[in-house]
Design a protein around this ligand. Structure first.
Ligand code: ADP
Ligand code: ZN
Length: 770
């Protein structure tokens, strides 16, 4: 009540009180001080609290980030509740959050919140189970209880089992259903025992669905000398508990994963923990099984889990019950203590970048985390990002390790390009040229499998009128709609009733529209090109009527279906697997001997300075899907630009050559990896507003840079390739700096300048991947 508050206030202003700094998951980038009332007990940073906020004193959930004794409590509000009984985030993760907040220009409260899985925040992950204990506290009394029961009775058997398992000591007990099973009895018998007072029942929260896994297999693999050399250097850091970053550059099939496994095992041996990050899509049961076979104490975090399952895995890690964590991007925040090693496989993957705030890159976050926790960090790839490769030359903590050959001297696949530039109709009428057709036929007739990959980046699919050239656009975005055949309509069959040939999807805002058969402007029949992979599937069915064909792309697949289809293909239930980029990643099919890249070109998207690098990565990665078994592999690259460096160097498996060919231009233009980029984006529903504010922002930033004489270059304002998304107009300003620390401190000041007073929304994207 009012009186009470007054009383406390005067008490505490005389004495010292404990104050907690709290941040909330909102857009205000500052912390708030609260008094911690004594009756709430002890509080530590990393615990969540409930606290009154703002004029209305609405209760918000926030994180305590520090505590302090203070005598200056005037005007401070009091915490309402401490939510967690112990900190959810340990000190190193809070330190990591503070860095992320500064580096990625995102309020600390938002970062901390993003570190925790939704299920954990909702308190999921545990189930209440009944545990049975004998009603005594030592073995003699337990034996007394036994004696009183009839020889050979079921009750006696229960008591014997409980006695053997020490189910009388404090904290002991056997889960009731397990006990009943083991004693081969029923719940009625157990009830009698409980009713008689011989045993008691306690409810305990246990982790949901986390049973110990199968026995660990030691595979019969002798590392080759490159692998030995690499693991030797990595283990040295793990042994010394010293920070170091290793860029493990190994061609596909060179045994990188085996090196990861040894590093993780080394950490476990030293009583430390290890995390391995994989692109979401590579987290198939194939991969997970491989790790399950080697690590008994394993936790898995991927999007195929329910919130409760994820929360349970998270708590398993938190309780120290997992030595190894395998997961996608957000597993970089796994709550391991005593981290020994953190591994980022396929480190060049753009999916490690989160596209909502905090816009972190899990690879760079992993490096920072390793530094904070004195751990080794391994960045593995057959095609390292230019950034990582560059760092090996420029930074003292980085070390390049090479696995130049496939294991057991398996040959690299034979690469052959097919020049499609003369084929006028290529990609609009047909996709599979003569050469590729022949090779697919050969594979099929020798009982082998093939993968066909469509690089959608270079293939625009849209809906247009051949008469008046009208194209159908999204109502919210400056983007043409993508056409999808009607198998997308299955979820909602009533849509089929319309006079339509399919569904148009906006790939930017996700809106769906039924496509009219006729042009809304001139009435002629519209031309639908179909999504690239659907069209490819149709062509394959026509050309290879006897083959079993499966298609995979993001439109047709949810995570689980994807995983199932991959299993089916690896059991040879399909002959041909066709799809988009997703197929390039980390899959292992020994019977695949042919990979066809339907269109290797990226010229259509020249606005991205990384497009050549991406093409190179794609060709190299996809080549890694073939020849992984005893049979050698072959790659057919259909391209309209056979002389481009990306195709030429990928064909020769020459990463180093490609890097040397491409980087001088990047250097000259001041692009990454030589300089760091930061994107400032202004968004407004009114175009003129967005433009005005962008001009103002540019002026502010420029003058700040000039006054402080910083080595930061500014470009803009300019309109991005898609100027309007989800009804908002966007204007970009691009900054670049040679020194990331300069950029970081500049932005953390600049955002509180006049910039914060613009009426448009302001977004920061550091190290953007576009
Ligand atoms: P990468 O991750 O580089 O693609 P993997 O680690 O998956 O390569 O290795 C490819 C295959 O070779 C796997 O089946 C793995 O068990 C096997 N392998 C790894 N190292 C060796 C080795 N030194 N000798 C024999 N086989 C190996
Ligand atoms: Zn849209």
């Amino acid at each position: 009540s009012e009186n009470n508050t007054l009383f406390d206030f005067s008490e505490q202003s005389r004495q010292e009180a404990l104050a907690a700094e709290v941040v909330f998951d909102h857009n205000l980038d500052r912390s708030f001080s609260y008094i911690v009332p004594e009756e709430l007990g002890a509080i530590q940073p990393g615990q969540r609290v409930s606290a009154p906020f703002g004029k209305g004193n609405k209760k918000l959930t926030g994180f305590c980030i520090s505590t302090e004794k203070t005598s200056n409590t005037k005007g401070l509000k009091r915490l309402s509740k401490i939510i967690d009984s112990s900190p959810l985030l340990a000190h190193p993760l809070i330190e990591l959050a503070q860095w992320l907040s500064l580096y990625y220009v995102c309020p600390l409260g938002q970062v901390l919140s993003a570190m925790l899985p939704a299920g954990v925040k909702k308190g999921l992950g545990f189930v209440q189970k009944r545990f049975i204990k004998l009603n005594c506290d030592n073995i003699h009394e337990a034996e007394e209880i036994q004696k009183k029961l009839k020889e050979g009775s079921k009750q006696k058997r229960l008591v014997t089992i409980l006695t053997i398992n020490n189910a009388f000591i404090s904290g002991g007990g056997i889960e009731s259903s397990e006990l009943i099973k083991e004693a081969e009895t029923t719940s009625q018998t157990l009830k009698k025992l409980l009713d008689a007072g011989a045993a008691v029942c306690e409810r305990k929260a246990v982790l949901k669905g986390s049973h110990e896994l199968a026995a660990v297999e030691e595979p019969d693999i002798t590392l080759n000398s490159s692998q030995e050399e690499s693991i030797g250097q990595i283990n040295q850091k793990i042994d010394q508990s010293a920070f170091g970053v290793f860029v493990l550059h190994g061609v596909t099939g060179s045994g990188k994963t085996e090196v990861y496994i040894r590093a993780l095992a080394k950490a476990a041996e030293k009583g430390k923990k290890g995390i391995i990050l994989l692109p979401e899509i590579a987290l198939t049961s194939q991969t997970i099984l491989r790790f399950k076979k080697r690590f008994k104490r394993l936790a898995v975090l991927h999007s195929g889990l329910t919130e409760a399952q994820r929360a349970s895995q998270w708590h398993k890690i938190k309780l120290g019950k997992a030595d190894v964590v395998i997961g996608a991007r957000s597993a970089v925040f796994a709550p391991c203590d005593k981290l020994g090693v953190i591994i980022v496989d396929e480190e060049h993957e753009s999916s490690y970048k989160q596209d909502t705030a905090p816009r972190y890159n899990a690879r760079d976050t992993a490096i920072k985390r390793a530094q904070i926790e004195n751990a080794a960090c391994i960045l593995g790839s057959a095609t390292p990002s230019f950034e990582s490769y560059f760092n090996c030359k420029a930074k003292k903590h980085f070390k390049l390790l090479k696995l130049p050959e496939r294991v057991e001297k398996r040959p690299m696949p034979q690469m052959q390009e097919v020049d499609m530039s003369g084929r006028r109709a290529f990609m609009s009428e047909f996709m599979i040229g003569e050469k590729l057709k022949e090779d697919i036929e050969n594979s099929l007739s020798s009982g082998e499998q093939a993968i066909l990959l469509l690089n959608r980046r270079g293939y625009s699919n849209f809906i247009y009128c051949p008469e008046c050239a009208h194209t159908i656009h999204c109502r919210n975005c400056d983007a043409s709609l993508k056409f999808h055949l009607s198998d997308m309509l299955n979820e909602n069959s009533s849509e089929k009733l319309y006079n339509t040939s399919g569904l148009a999807l906006c790939h930017y805002c996700g809106s769906r529209t039924l496509v009219p058969k006729n042009c809304p402007v001139c009435g002629r029949q519209l031309t639908m090109r179909g999504s690239g992979s659907q069209k490819l599937e149709m062509e394959l069915n026509e050309k290879f009527p006897k083959a079993k064909i499966a298609r995979i792309d993001t439109d047709s697949m949810k995570g689980k279906d994807y995983r199932e289809l991959i299993e089916a293909f690896s059991k040879h239930e399909y002959d041909i697997l066709a799809g988009t980029q997703m197929l390039a990643k980390g899959l292992h099919f020994p019977n695949v001997t042919l990979v066809g890249i339907v269109n290797a070109d990226t010229s259509a998207n020249s606005s991205d300075f990384r497009s050549a690098e991406k093409t190179f990565q794609l060709i190299s990665q996809v080549a890694g899907r073939t020849g992984r078994g005893s049979k050698p592999g072959k790659v057919i690259i259909q391209t309209t630009a056979p002389d481009s460096p990306a195709v030429k160097f990928a064909k020769m498996h020459d990463y180093e050559g490609f890097y040397k060919n491409q980087t001088p231009m990047r250097d000259m233009l001041g692009l990454p990896p030589f300089r760091k980029q930061a994107l400032v984006q202004i968004r407004n529903e009114k175009k003129t507003r967005a433009e005005e504010d962008a001009a103002k922002a540019c002026e502010t930033l420029s003058s700040l840079i000039k006054t402080a004489q910083l080595d930061i270059r500014l470009k803009g304002p300019f309109e991005p390739p898609i100027g309007r998304i989800g009804r908002e107009f966007r204007v970009n300003i691009l900054l670049n700096a040679a020194n990331p620390a300069v950029m970081m401190s500049f932005l953390s000041k600049a955002r509180f300048s006049e910039l914060s007073r613009l009426s448009s929304k302001l977004f920061f994207d550091i190290d953007p991947l576009f």
